[in-house]
Design a protein around this ligand. Structure first.
Ligand code: 3SL
Length: 238
């Protein structure tokens, strides 16, 4: 039987890895994984995640688009930040992108040693669920949180995804997964109302970056499964 485990924040990740054969689903709903799913939907061919701003330098003026933010603010020298709305077809179709973000790309780095790394968001949840269900691997849902702490938005995705996977024959004896499902059951009645209390929702509002909120919680706006191959994500659905 394939299992689901949930990691609520990066410091917990080494303690979660009790199973040998697993896919890791990286989650950063506001906004990194939602943005990267959008980029593939809009025709990006490859996305290279880098943890440090300095690592973007070697890609500049080499045909890559650079996307980067820290604490929501676009980094110097980037083409744009991390809003899913930046990744329009006009800008990204046929392009390779290098991205660095406050939490999301740090989580990807922490998961890099894993067998299989994919990106999860509400925007690709149905394609992702089907893709995971077809594989003979356990699943670890790895929430980016905010600066090593738990956050609500990633935990909601964890609960929603886990609930779907349980219906497709997975099992879970992980209390984090059970807690995430309970949280999702409370929030799903009106997820946009529920998420008003989230600290990153308030942070984005302060910065005038909360125009993405509804989009980030809308199901299935993309038909992609970003999959890490060596150092770059490609769309496994292509
Ligand atoms: O932390 C991250 O990776 C970002 O998604 C944060 S922000 O939403 O771009 O501020």
């Amino acid at each position: 039987m394939r299992s689901i485990e949930t990691c609520f924040a990066p410091p917990l990740f080494p303690h979660i890895l009790t199973k040998e054969n697993f896919s890791v689903v990286i989650v950063d709903i506001l906004r990194a994984t939602t943005a990267m799913c959008t980029a593939f939907e809009m025709g990006a061919t490859e996305i290279i995640p880098v943890a440090e701003i300095e690592e973007t330098i070697k890609f500049r003026n080499k045909g890559y688009l650079i996307a980067g933010e820290r604490d929501g603010i676009v980094i110097d020298g980037a083409d744009f930040g991390n809003s899913p709305f930046n990744f329009t077809r006009e800008k990204v179709n046929g392009k390779k992108i290098v991205i660095t973000t406050t939490n999301g790309t740090q989580t990807i780095k922490a998961a890099h040693i894993s067998n299989t790394v994919v990106l999860g968001a509400f925007s690709n949840i149905s394609y992702l669920t089907d893709w995971l269900a077809k594989r003979d691997q356990n699943v670890v849902i790895f929430c980016s949180g905010w600066k090593n702490k738990f956050n609500l938005e990633d935990s909601l995705l964890a609960g929603s995804l886990a609930q779907r996977l349980l219906k497709m024959g997975f099992e879970s004896d992980c209390d984090s997964t059970k807690g995430a499902i309970d949280l999702w059951d409370i929030a799903k009645v009106d997820v946009l109302a529920y998420i008003q209390k989230a600290s990153h929702r308030k942070r984005l509002q302060r910065l005038g970056l909360d125009d993405v909120l509804e989009y980030c919680f809308t199901l299935d706006t993309t038909s992609v499964v970003p999959l890490l191959r060596n150092d770059a994500f490609i769309d496994a659905m292509k």
